[in-house]
Design a protein around this ligand. Structure first.
Ligand SMILES: *Cc1c(COP(=O)(O)O)cnc(C)c1O
Length: 365
């Protein structure tokens, strides 16, 4: 093996593995992946069935690469042109396209940490250098520190709001002030995978920022609020130039025809989906209050999960949850991210955590 090849493979082998939320057992409650607890709408399921028997777009055919009808519908929904929409196999793939399009060897990509675990992986894969900037003590993005981290090698800044896994949001005004400090030749991605769950009236809208700032791209997904995580479809909204570049670097045919069709049907039935989102938001409020009542330190989350600051007690609590067949996403030494499921699933989660809290009182942060 040549030295360059073995160096490259060393880089690949040193990547942190993306950890998928787990769940095992017949009575398992999976609150580890921020999935929507509700199955797709009947109208979406019938679109998926229709796709199978369509002679021109059945599974024996390649899907449309342009995804024109879907991009037109997304554009109409958000008041932009279809050329300003780029699609991908989940918004993770759109983020991957973006990083490949703008950053390579020697370039830097800034993001808050802890945040979405795909960011450092995608950055290293593209050959660029991750620049993680610690969250503030109250688990918000530290925008001053992120602005101070910009160098002449910075190509991209990723903002995650609501932030995965802490649920904290960025305000419109603070993002405006931040963007004023970012050079125009640095791209800022606002990852709003959980935007539909956000009830903070002062929160930033990534899509609105795109209209005023040509270097901003908003990333959204059909995986969370729309409940299509398994079909893999997400999109970016940005300038025509940037979205053209994303299309150039995209893996051909990564977005299936069935995903495009299901996403289109979901947009057509958005009010039915909104009703489900409202149920999840209401459950988030109930779960937060009950957990605080049990004595846990839980922040205000604007996403479909809550963050328990469990610190050094995390491993023990995770053990109790697993005994109860409740699966959350745990970061040893930091905290636990508990997704909001159906009311019955949330009750199981709350009951398991009630058992865990008896073991040792958790200090408030
Ligand atoms: C879930 C999530 C996504 C979207 O994932 P896809 O399923 O690939 O669309 C993107 N960003 C964050 C922060 C997420 O948590």
């Amino acid at each position: 093996m040549s030295d360059r090849l073995s160096e490259r493979r060393d880089v690949v082998r040193s990547l942190p593995a993306y950890k998928q939320g787990a769940a095992e057992g017949a009575d398992a409650v999976k609150l580890s992946s921020n999935e929507n607890p509700y199955p797709p709408l009947p109208s979406v399921v019938s679109e998926i069935a229709a796709q199978m028997s369509d002679p021109l777009s059945g599974f024996n055919r390649y899907p449309s690469m342009g995804a024109e009808p879907l991009r037109a519908a997304i554009a109409a929904r958000h008041g932009v042109t279809p050329e300003q929409v780029a699609v991908g196999a989940g918004s993770v793939e759109v983020a991957s396209q973006l990083i490949h399009a703008v950053a390579g060897a020697g370039d830097e990509v800034i993001f808050a940490w802890r945040s979405f675990e795909a960011y450092p992986i995608l950055t290293v894969v593209s050959g660029a250098t991750p620049v993680p900037v610690p969250l503030t003590a109250d688990l918000h993005h530290d925008l001053d520190a992120m602005a101070a981290a910009i160098t002449d090698r910075t190509r991209l800044i990723l903002l995650c709001t609501p932030n995965n896994p802490t649920g904290t949001t960025l305000g419109a005004e603070e993002v405006e002030r931040f963007l004023a400090r970012v050079p125009e030749n640095v791209v800022v991605a606002i990852d709003e995978a959980y935007v539909h769950f956000n009830r903070d009236p002062h929160a930033v809208s990534g899509v609105e920022m795109v209209a005023r700032h040509p270097n901003v791209i908003a990333l959204q997904t059909f995986s969370k609020a729309y409940g299509l995580a398994g079909l893999r479809i997400g999109f970016g909204i940005g300038s025509v130039d940037l979205c053209d570049d994303l299309r150039r670097v995209a893996v051909p045919f990564a977005v299936s025809g069935v995903a495009q069709r299901a996403a289109l049907a979901s947009l057509e039935h958005e009010d039915e989906l909104t009703e489900r989102v409202e149920r999840i938001v209401a459950e988030r409020g109930r779960v937060t209050e009950e957990l605080r009542g049990q004595g846990w330190s839980v922040g205000d989350s604007q996403a479909n999960f809550v963050w328990l600051a469990t610190g050094d007690d995390t491993a023990r609590i995770d053990g109790v949850l697993r005994e109860e067949h409740v699966f959350a996403r745990c970061w040893q030494g930091e905290g636990i991210r508990l997704s909001i499921g159906s009311p019955a699933e949330n009750d199981r989660g709350l009951a398991a955590l009630a058992k865990a809290v008896k073991g040792a009182p958790v200090p408030a942060v």
